[in-house]
Design a protein around this ligand. Structure first.
Ligand SMILES: O=C(O)CCC(=O)C(=O)O
Ligand SMILES: [Fe+2]
Length: 597
């Protein structure tokens, strides 16, 4: 269930436009459910990045030109400094490579990767342009141009500061909701052993701003972003007590959590379960925080003792009630911990589907799955019975640089809900800049907004770029087909071949043993056939790696992606594109779980 005002549904157009309409449309809901269950299409080669519109004499193209002049180069370096300063937020950036390498914001400001960006790319463009012109015309006389530089700087600052304020609000809300600070961490020796998975870092969509890559922000190697314990973190009794309180709460007609994605499962806020809350504060969270520290390390998530619960949920899936899953999403936190509360024998299917693995991780009761919240994942559909999980959305007291991306995104989503297109665009563009344009959801959101305004060529270019970044998101394919139809283009019978995260990582080449069927299940296609290629990377013996402070070399699980069969769009989405477009609605913007409460 999304919070915040929803945009009014658009009047029915001749061809379905995109927009946040899944919630109100049964056919579209079914499509969404199928999309969740459907595997990603696998494509083979690279699509050309979209040509961005020229900026009409301003924007970064102009910045590039001017920065190469004597006047511009001085102004350019001041601007880079201004942008990176505004985003650091006083938090220790601790990114050694950043000294030689440009920050993401600088890189964006200085070298547009996809040709001249649209005039909308720089939300502070006017201020920037005026400053550059002043510097150029005064022979770099900063005194004369200082007021313009200050205006430019404060435009950027305002944007970054609001994220810091939002983070400070999240930190202060945590105790208001009843989550207390950690008093004492258990010794690491008391924690269960942990297995880690190395995941293609692009799956975070955070680019070089990814806090989990702070030691190597511009590297390309996979990162250990996903962990599972090999023994229970919580006992059977602890798990059962949570289920019992949750069951009583549901029977008593207790309200749900108010969280997003609650229409396909039951979400209860732990804050509304007093016994669970007290246990979590005193016992559960200290254990989880110590585990997070062991998995990710202080350098990535800060001191374990300073981790906070942003929100905590008890989630129930009940097959008989049609509450079977959560669709693919990112969580609105830094790290997420999911603990299955009931026995695996009580349901079939289920588990946490990790898009970057192409599989669901199904863990025994009380075991913990710890992941970077930015990894796209889902509550994999159960096929019978009930599944209960405890979900903790965890933030660090000190906001990490990369967190600007999700705060901008949250602001963009709120603005979209309120119909404030200008703010939405500004925040999306800033988020795109900060993550080196690596988050396909941002491009998709921007494309949907353009699509809604009937700016079809721009929407097409943005969808194509989104697809080039992440071909596994069916909404992008759907909307791309819609916009192509609206532009009078032929359906893509031989779809553009695009690279995927895993396809690129297949170059690393090692083939690893397959995970046991008990703990890893493959995502299935609509008709139930197992997915052709599993893109999981094999688990590492994280304990040893953590002890040595090393991230071991990754191995791969399953067949190389290059060998996966090519699936065309029609194969994925239906037999004829004509029928398809008549029945499928374009998808809503993705919503991070935990952003709207
Ligand atoms: O059910 C699961 O394993 C995942 C739950 C989840 O992703 C969430 O609640 O945000
Ligand atoms: Fe989630």
């Amino acid at each position: 269930m999304g919070m915040g005002k929803k945009k009014a549904a658009a009047p029915a157009p001749p061809a379905p436009p995109p927009g946040p309409r899944f919630q109100n449309n049964t056919a579209a809901r079914q499509a969404a459910a199928q999309q969740h269950a459907a595997p990603p299409a696998t494509y083979g080669s690279q699509a050309a990045p979209p040509m961005m519109q020229p900026s009409g004499g301003g924007g970064m193209g102009m910045m590039g030109t001017m920065a190469s002049s004597m006047a511009g180069s001085m102004a350019g370096s001041m601007i880079g400094h201004s942008l990176s300063g505004m985003m650091s937020g006083g938090a220790p950036a601790a990114q050694p490579a950043a000294a030689q390498q440009p920050t993401p914001a600088q890189a964006w400001a200085q070298s547009p990767q996809y040709g001249a960006p649209p005039s909308t790319v720089d939300p502070c463009m006017m201020q920037h342009k005026e400053f550059m012109m002043c510097m150029s015309s005064t022979g770099d006389n900063l005194d004369q141009c200082r007021h313009l530089f200050d205006a430019f700087k404060s435009c950027n600052l305002q944007n970054g500061k609001r994220n810091l304020a939002a983070h400070a609000r999240d930190v202060s809300q945590s105790p208001q909701l009843g989550y207390t600070r950690i008093k004492l961490l258990p010794p690491v020796a008391e924690l269960p052993p942990v297995t880690g998975y190395e995941v293609d870092r692009r799956a975070t969509g955070m680019g070089s701003a990814c806090p989990f890559a702070a030691h190597d922000p511009h590297g390309t190697s996979p990162l250990p972003l996903l962990f599972q314990t090999e023994a229970p973190l919580f006992s059977e009794q602890e798990c059962q007590a949570i289920i019992d309180e949750g069951t009583a709460h549901i029977r008593g007609g207790g309200a749900g959590s108010g969280f997003t994605l609650a229409d396909t499962n039951r979400n209860l806020a732990v804050a509304s379960l007093p016994l669970t809350l007290a246990w979590l504060n005193n016992v559960g969270m200290p254990r989880v925080a110590a585990l997070a520290g062991k998995c990710f390390g202080e350098w990535a998530i800060g001191p374990a003792k300073d981790l906070l619960i942003y929100r905590a949920l008890v989630v129930q899936y009940e097959y008989a009630a049609g509450l079977t899953h959560q669709k693919v999403h990112r969580d609105g936190a830094l790290v997420t911990c999911v603990v299955p509360l009931n026995d695996m024998s009580e349901y079939t299917g289920g588990g946490t589907y990790m898009e970057s693995l192409g599989s669901a991780v199904v863990l025994p009761r009380g075991h913990a799955l710890m992941q970077a919240s930015a990894l796209r994942h889902a509550g994999h559909a159960i096929e019978s019975g009930q599944r209960w999980v405890l979900v903790l959305f965890i933030i660090a007291e000190q906001m990490k640089y990369g967190e600007h991306v999700r705060y901008f995104k949250a602001r963009a989503q709120r603005a979209a809900d309120e119909g404030d297109d200008e703010t939405e665009l500004r925040c999306l563009v800033l988020a795109r800049a900060l993550c080196d344009d690596q988050d396909h959801e941002l491009l998709y959101d921007q494309a949907v907004a353009a699509h809604e305004r009937h700016e079809l060529p721009q929407a097409l270019a943005l969808y194509e770029r989104a697809r080039a970044l992440e071909w596994r998101d069916p909404r992008v394919h759907t909307n791309l087909a819609v916009v192509r139809q609206q532009l009078g283009m032929a359906p893509e019978t031989a779809p553009a071949m695009v690279p995927g995260h895993a396809a690129a990582s297949s170059a690393s080449g090692h083939v690893a043993p397959t995970r046991s069927a008990q703990t890893m299940r493959s995502e299935t296609t609509r008709d139930g056939a197992p997915e052709a290629a599993t893109r999981g990377l094999a688990p590492l013996e994280r304990q040893a790696a953590l002890k040595n402070g090393l991230h071991g070399e990754s191995t791969r699980d399953g067949a190389p992606d290059a060998a996966a069969p090519l699936q065309c769009l029609e194969e994925r989405l239906g037999p004829t594109s004509g029928t398809l477009l008549g029945t499928l609605e374009a998808g809503a913007r993705p919503r991070a779980h935990g952003l709207y409460l």
